[in-house]
Design a protein around this ligand. Structure first.
Ligand SMILES: [Zn+2]
Length: 589
């Protein structure tokens, strides 16, 4: 259009420009942002295994301002704890592109002010100590590199979307890197681009001798990247099983919200996993994955982090975005973001045919037992637990069971009970799946939901008021009511006060369960197609595949003790900041 010469065309162009400027003003963006992309910040990250550091060189546009403000985040989205990343930054200096030294001040622990001397760009260099193994920190060794965005990249203090590019320089001992960041197609290795700082922070990078498996679901490419001490870990089998889990998530939501997703599975000491929009960073134990129970537990762990790609990374509480990296957000809804994610991890693994019905019942018994044995359930409500996460725990992990309730544990139980409540209220025609789909449709993306909006969404599905149900389960410390779920599914607790602790709160099928109740269990553990799709519940599984929900009403005695989804056995922490989520499982953050 620029090349059009006719006067009416020029007038139209002027009107378009004016309209564009007006829109830019209305949305509070800099007009230049719409006129052309902002100049990117360019980082070169040189990894130095000998000193366990990364040397960062950032070329930063100044907009010709006399000074610029830089910051490093104080927290990482998904990990609800203030962490002092800036304390691991050393020797931060600034120069003009032709090498003239510039004045740098540090008005706050995580902020730097650079006097630009009128330069259009400044070059800031600094060292980052990389000797911590948690999922929000950095690790550099001759064999393995794990870089997270928040503790690595300083950026401009500004409220705009600006591209950020990273060139990673690796020594020969670290032949390959993987990340969810888009590669820049300029022929150089390990050159990545993010459309904005959020994407950069949300895309950890792992480098080393990597075993990379790949699979596709619905046209989206998935990578399982196994790094570190892999031992005898069977990456091929794991990729096949993850494909089944991803397929179940796709059946649940009807589509996948990305074209490329990366499981960064790092075998090393410690524990923990952290969700990202198009990837997850996992800490794994190869030894643990060699036992059937340990392997299933690890699948559940991965399924939890993966489900976050839908629940919290896209469908999120309104408070969790856009992120203020210098101030922590408070929300009452982490029981939805975390507890329901744990519930759906258990469901996806069972629906994928990787857990039997008894495995699933064992998986649900575990949080019920934890909750019912924790006095804190009578002290703190679910929404208080979520709200207070910044002050009383390691991101909701290692909470004191005497004085607090875990939103992971109680949130998962509430998910199970709410699902049963909706199924019963609708005669089995609707479920929590429908709530998640509808909430996703209404609130995923830029919007986010309030607690009231989420409850209203559930009510729109259930077609009954849930005010009293939510008040009791979420806003009070009253005991949860299990009877409805037990009745709907034909279940019972083996015991509530046995000397044998493993029997307490252990869900088991009732010997006299009716065909209708058995059908309810099958419906729960069979993927429901999204509304409007051509499939049906029974068609969701191919007839040749074993039916994981197959059971017999008299099978209770034969089921034995279901494998507990215990937390991985963790070695002593090497860092007090290791993310060892352990209230239910160390992995789930
Ligand atoms: Zn989580």
């Amino acid at each position: 259009m620029r090349h059009h010469a006719r006067s009416d065309s020029r007038a139209f162009s002027r009107r378009l420009v004016l309209a564009t400027l007006a829109i830019a003003w209305l949305v509070g963006s800099a007009p230049a942002q719409l006129a052309r992309p902002l100049d990117p910040i360019l980082y070169t990250v040189r990894v130095i295994p000998e000193s366990q550091t990364a040397e960062v060189r950032a070329t930063i546009p100044t907009g010709k301002r006399a000074s610029i403000d830089l910051m490093m985040p104080v927290w990482s989205p998904g990990f609800y704890r203030v962490e002092d990343y800036a304390s691991r930054v050393r020797d931060l200096t600034a120069r003009t592109p032709d090498g003239k030294s510039l004045v740098v001040e540090q008005p706050r622990k995580n902020r730097w002010l650079v006097r630009t001397a009128g330069a259009a760009t400044v070059v800031v260099t600094y060292q980052v100590a990389c000797a911590q193994r948690s999922v929000t920190t950095n690790w550099v060794s001759p064999q393995l590199v794990v870089l997270n965005g928040a503790p690595t990249f300083v950026t401009l203090v500004e409220q705009v979307r600006r591209p950020h590019e990273v060139r990673l320089e690796l020594p020969a001992t670290l032949p390959r890197a993987m990340t969810a960041l888009d590669a820049v197609a300029d022929g150089t290795a390990n050159h990545y681009r993010a459309d904005d700082y959020d994407t950069l922070v949300d895309s950890p990078i792992v480098a080393g001798d990597l075993d990379v498996q790949q699979f596709d679901v619905a046209g989206a490419r998935h990578y399982l990247v196994n790094a570190g001490d892999r031992g005898q870990f069977n990456g091929t089998q794991a990729a096949g099983d993850l494909q089944k889990i991803v397929s179940q998530a796709r059946a649940l939501f009807g589509s996948l919200p990305y074209k490329r997703y990366v499981f960064l599975n790092v075998f090393r000491q410690g524990g923990g996993g952290l969700e990202h929009k198009n990837s997850t960073l996992l800490t794994a134990s190869a030894a643990r994955a060699t036992t059937p129970a340990g392997y299933r537990s690890s699948l559940s762990f991965v399924a939890h982090e993966y489900f976050h790609a839908f629940n919290v990374k896209r469908l999120r509480p309104v408070e969790l975005g856009p992120f203020d990296y210098e101030n922590e957000p408070h929300t009452k809804s982490l029981w939805i973001s975390e507890g329901f994610t744990s519930y759906y991890a258990a469901l996806l693994v069972a629906r994928a045919g990787l857990d039997s019905t008894s495995d699933f019942l064992g998986a649900m018994s575990s949080p019920i037992r934890q909750l019912q044995q924790a006095p804190g359930r009578l002290v703190q409500t679910l929404e208080q637990s979520s709200w207070d996460v910044w002050s009383n725990s390691m991101s909701g992990i290692n909470t004191d069971p005497k004085t607090s309730v875990s939103y992971y544990v109680k949130g998962e139980v509430v998910g199970f009970l709410l699902d049963a409540h909706i199924r019963r209220a609708t005669g089995g025609s609707k479920s929590l799946d429908d709530v998640m789909r509808l909430a996703y449709k209404r609130y995923a993306g830029e919007r986010g939901f309030t607690p009231e909006q989420f409850r209203k969404t559930a009510e729109d599905v259930a077609r009954v008021s849930l005010a009293e149900w939510f008040r009791r389960a979420v806003s009070s410390t009253e005991e949860l009511d299990y009877d409805e779920a037990l009745e709907w599914y034909g279940l019972r607790f083996a015991s509530r006060d046995s000397q044998d602790a493993s029997q307490n709160w252990k869900l088991e099928p009732r010997p006299d369960a009716t065909d209708a109740q058995l059908a309810h269990v099958r419906a729960l553990l069979t993927a429901a197609p999204p509304a409007g799709s051509a499939g049906s519940r029974s068609a969701a599984r191919r007839p040749t595949e074993p039916d994981p929900t197959a059971w017999h009403p008299n099978a209770a005695a034969a089921l034995g003790t279901p494998p507990m989804r215990n937390c991985p056995v963790l070695p002593p922490r090497t860092s007090p900041r290791s993310a060892d989520p352990a209230s239910r499982c160390p992995a789930h953050v």
